[in-house]
Each structure stands twice: as structure tokens, then as C-alpha cells.
Design a protein around this ligand. Sequence first.
Ligand SMILES: Cc1cc2nc3c(=O)[nH]c(=O)nc-3n(C[C@H](O)[C@H](O)[C@H](O)COP(=O)(O)OP(=O)(O)OC[C@H]3O[C@@H](n4cnc5c(N)ncnc54)[C@H](O)[C@@H]3O)c2cc1C
Length: 224
Amino acid sequence: MNRREATARAMQVAEGEEASVLNSPAWLTGLSLRGRLRSHEPMSRHCTWRAGGAAERLFEPADLADLVSFLQAAPLAEPLTLIGFGSNLLVRDGGLPGTVILTAGVFGQLRWLDERRVEAGAGVACAKVARQAARRQLGGGEFLGGIPGTIGGALAMNAGAFGHEIWSLVEAVETLSRGGRVQRRPAAEFRANYRQLEGLNEEWFVSGTLRFDVDASTTNFQQP
Ligand SMILES: Cc1cc2nc3c(=O)[nH]c(=O)nc-3n(C[C@H](O)[C@H](O)[C@H](O)COP(=O)(O)OP(=O)(O)OC[C@H]3O[C@@H](n4cnc5c(N)ncnc54)[C@H](O)[C@@H]3O)c2cc1C
């Protein structure tokens, strides 16, 4: 890029920043958020395929309380898209309206409840859960090692491989409603089909409690 191009680009960026401040909706004014809120964020930075247009706004909450504050302030007309690692997303060039919310840094807790059950935050990598289960000689979760997404993304689409799928391991989940309410719900409240899930209505996953087999040697794998 030569000097003239660099100056033109700098002016474009400055105009864009100014426009984004001017376009900032009234409901965001005075809202004290601890996380990062950006305007016109290229989704190519947040999708595995490194392609796609810009999100009108992108919010990286500091923690669950920060996200709840945001949700309670957001009007119903604001489109909200919650994403994990973006490994199953292809965003159109025209971008996404409203706010995209990143979970990866927020729902990062991973807590073993007993020798075979783990409560995994929606932002935890599936591979991390698979690794920890394998270290404990537990079976049934090996397929998670090959899924390059988060637990939240895997729950949302009933991710699976080699004849196994995540919802066969799920005991319960925590969900977050648009109004900011967190609720614990048993797996029986959802219906998992091939790579899709019924039972989630204007809600998102905060965590999932997964139960593994005590003996890893009993796991059967189907060839793809
Ligand atoms: C190379 C490659 C290999 C893959 N292999 C497999 C495979 O073997 N098996 C398989 O099933 N998939 C596979 N996938 C697809 C993808 O990895 C999975 O769908 C994964 O579960 C998506 O998780 P993510 O965190 O990246 O979700 P994202 O791509 O970020 O989001 C996917 C969807 O889930 C929703 N979502 C994300 N987080 C939440 C949440 N917390 N609550 C509610 N909704 C949420 C998003 O809104 C979006 O609709 C593969 C993808 C790639 C690129």
C-alpha cells in the first residue's frame, strides 16, 4: 500500500468509526459493560472459514453477569446471534444485523462432579472435554476429540461422529433466556435428531452436564 492509499484507508477507518459511534443505538448509552463491544466487526475473524461480512455489533462479555446485563438492556427487536468457535458458520458477505455474542471466553468452566460426570461450560472446546475424559479412562466421549467446536455449538446441533453424538451423553443443561434468566433443565426436555435439536426457544446453552462410561474399552466405533 502506497502513502496515498494508506491516507485514504485511514480516512475511511476514521469515517467508519465516527459512523459507528453515531449509529450506536440509544439503549447502549449509559450501559456499563465490562466486556468488549465492537461495531462493524468482520465475521471472518470469528469463523473457521475466515470468510463473511461484518457483524453490526460484536460483544465479548466479561462473564455471565456482564452478558445478563447486556441481555436485559437489549430490546426485543435487536437480533442476537450467539456463537462458539464459528466452525459451523458461513456468514454472507452482507454480514449479520444486530449483535453477535462470543461465548468462548465466557462459559469456560470445566468441573468434574464425580468420577464419571462433568459440567462443561458452553465455551469449552469439545477436544478439551474429550482429553480430560480420556485421562480418567472414561469411555463414550472419544468422538468429541474430532469436533473443532465448543460444547455450546455441539449441543445446539447435536454434533457427533463415528456413530456417537453429544446428546447421548447429556444428563442436564443450563440455558440462558433472552431476558437473562439462567435455568437448569434435564435432557428429557429436548429432542435430539441427526445434527439438530428441538426444545431451545430464544435461549442459549450456558453449560452441559455429560455422563461418560466408566470403562473406555467398551466404546464401539462405526467406520464413517
Ligand atoms: C474441519 C471440520 C470438521 C468438523 N467435523 C465435525 C464432525 O465430525 N461432527 C460434527 O457434528 N460436526 C463437525 N464439524 C462442524 C462443527 O465443528 C460442529 O458443528 C461444532 O459443534 C460447532 O461448534 P462451534 O462452537 O464452532 O459452533 P458455531 O459454529 O460457533 O455455531 C454453530 C451454531 O450453534 C449455535 N451456538 C453456538 N454456541 C451456542 C450456545 N452456547 N447455545 C446455543 N447455540 C449455540 C450458533 O448460534 C450456530 O447456530 C466440523 C467442522 C469443521 C470445520
